[in-house]
Design a protein around this ligand. Structure first.
Ligand SMILES: [Zn+2]
Ligand SMILES: [Zn+2]
Ligand SMILES: [Zn+2]
Ligand SMILES: [Zn+2]
Ligand SMILES: [Zn+2]
Length: 426
């Protein structure tokens, strides 16, 4: 008999307070919402069995305020949920039907607060149960929470505008993913900007979601202060491509993956530029590999498509050798050091050492071999189709494989900042 004790003790408390207007459906909803909130907060008590719980307090509307566990005698309240309900009531926004959604809204708000903070912490004690809702918007979404311990107040308006946009377009979207999409958009907006600022006041809560695509992904935001509209097409086309290829990556990680591509492009270019107008806002992802690494993109201005051969073949070789100690952000640095070494070892100073070819275009290179540390030991030039292993040969022309790592190490030390990635690899 599920929830028998909860139901019986709840009925007793309602009788004590002379509350008779609630229907069976409403009563069930009010018990469910309380249990759901405890579950979301991982606080369902000693043996995680809701049948051990008994209702010990209700408010004058029949809302559950407190339960106790019959096994360990713990008493549990949910001030976050309760203050949310109270705010809705004050603003005449309560309806028993949306009560069931309240714990999900609060979970999304908690995730949003974590994403908004620099260290992923909620507040002083990092305890969700210290939080109370101090404001909601006209549609009942939480816009402000306060920590009861340190009295710090935080806004979550941006999240609310996303929710409303989704509702307005009738798009079903997982509440828990919403903060992570916003986090990706905010990060991408920062990455797109040279000084990493968002907008005039650099405050994410000035932003309003103004457009989403048919999957519910944010495509445009506006700053409420200066009315500036901002888009993230590089991120959006990346997300679309991943979806087309059925690849699931954490939304929050997408801007980092794009940073790898941007870094690689800057390293590949002779003047540190991305493409004709040097703005990642004009790039659109056109292909990804099975791990979601961007392998091709198009520039919207000059319509040129670039294939990320060098990076893609490097990553493939690392995978074949099962080398996992390299962070994806390290890959462009390793390749940049490799290019430096190639040019030093080539008589002509170009990335290809074949006199008839002399290609100096990094994007002509593919990685043919890596060693067990992840060093690139052989590349091939796609212009002349010739492989070369520049580090396996000493100045006398004798093969000296055993000293290769040492040679590399010395080269890298003298290579300066580009070489620092090797230090973390070894
Ligand atoms: Zn217990
Ligand atoms: Zn606090
Ligand atoms: Zn602004
Ligand atoms: Zn271009
Ligand atoms: Zn060549």
């Amino acid at each position: 008999m599920e929830r028998l004790q909860l139901t019986i003790t709840y009925e007793d408390k309602l009788k004590e307070r002379n509350i008779t207007a609630l229907t069976t459906f409403e009563k069930q909803a009010l018990i469910s919402v309380f249990v759901q909130q405890l579950q979301n907060q991982n606080r369902l008590c000693c043996d995680k069995d809701e049948n051990d719980l008994a209702v010990t307090e209700v408010d004058r509307f029949g809302f559950v305020k407190e339960v106790s566990c019959n096994r360990c005698q713990s008493i549990m309240q949910t001030p976050f949920l309760y203050t949310y309900k109270e705010k809705l009531r004050q603003k005449h926004l309560t309806s028993i039907l949306n009560v069931k959604h309240m714990p999900n809204v609060l979970s999304a708000v908690v995730q949003q607060l974590r994403n908004q903070s620099i260290n992923n912490r909620l507040c002083c004690d990092n305890d969700e149960n210290d939080l109370v809702v101090t404001d909601v918007d006209w549609l009942g979404f939480v816009t402000e929470v306060t920590c009861q311990k340190c009295e710090q107040t935080t806004q979550t308006r941006f999240l609310g505008t996303y929710k409303h946009k989704l509702e307005q377009e009738s798009i079903a979207f997982n509440d828990k993913d919403m903060p992570n999409v916003l986090s990706a958009v905010v990060q991408q907006l920062r990455n797109q900007c040279t000084n990493k600022r968002l907008c005039c006041d650099n405050d994410e809560n000035d932003l309003v979601v103004t457009d989403v695509d048919s999957d519910g992904f944010v495509t445009e935001v506006k700053c409420d202060k200066c009315q500036h509209n901002m888009q993230t097409p590089f991120l959006h086309t990346y997300q679309q491509r991943l979806k087309q290829q059925d690849i699931t990556l954490d939304y929050k990680d997408l801007p980092n993956s794009l940073s790898v591509i941007v870094q690689q492009l800057r390293n590949q270019s002779t003047n540190n530029r991305l493409c004709c107008d040097n703005d990642q806002n004009n790039l659109a992802v056109t292909d990804v590999d099975s791990d979601g690494l961007v392998t091709a993109f198009t520039c919207q201005i000059c319509k040129q498509t670039t294939q990320m051969h060098f990076l893609r073949t490097y990553k493939e070789k690392l995978r074949l050798k099962e080398i996992t100690k390299l962070d994806k952000m390290d890959l462009p640095n390793v390749l940049s050091s490799t290019v430096l070494l190639l040019r030093r070892h080539s008589i002509t100073g170009t990335t290809c050492d074949k006199p008839r070819c002399c290609s100096n275009n990094v994007n002509d290179l593919t990685v043919e071999h890596v060693d067990s540390f992840g060093f690139v030991t052989e590349v091939k030039c796609s212009q002349c189709n010739e492989p070369w292993k520049p580090y396996a040969t000493t100045q006398n022309g004798h093969t000296k494989e055993s000293s290769m790592n040492l040679t590399l190490d010395q080269e890298i030390t003298s290579a300066g900042t580009d070489g620092t990635a090797y230090g973390t690899m070894l």
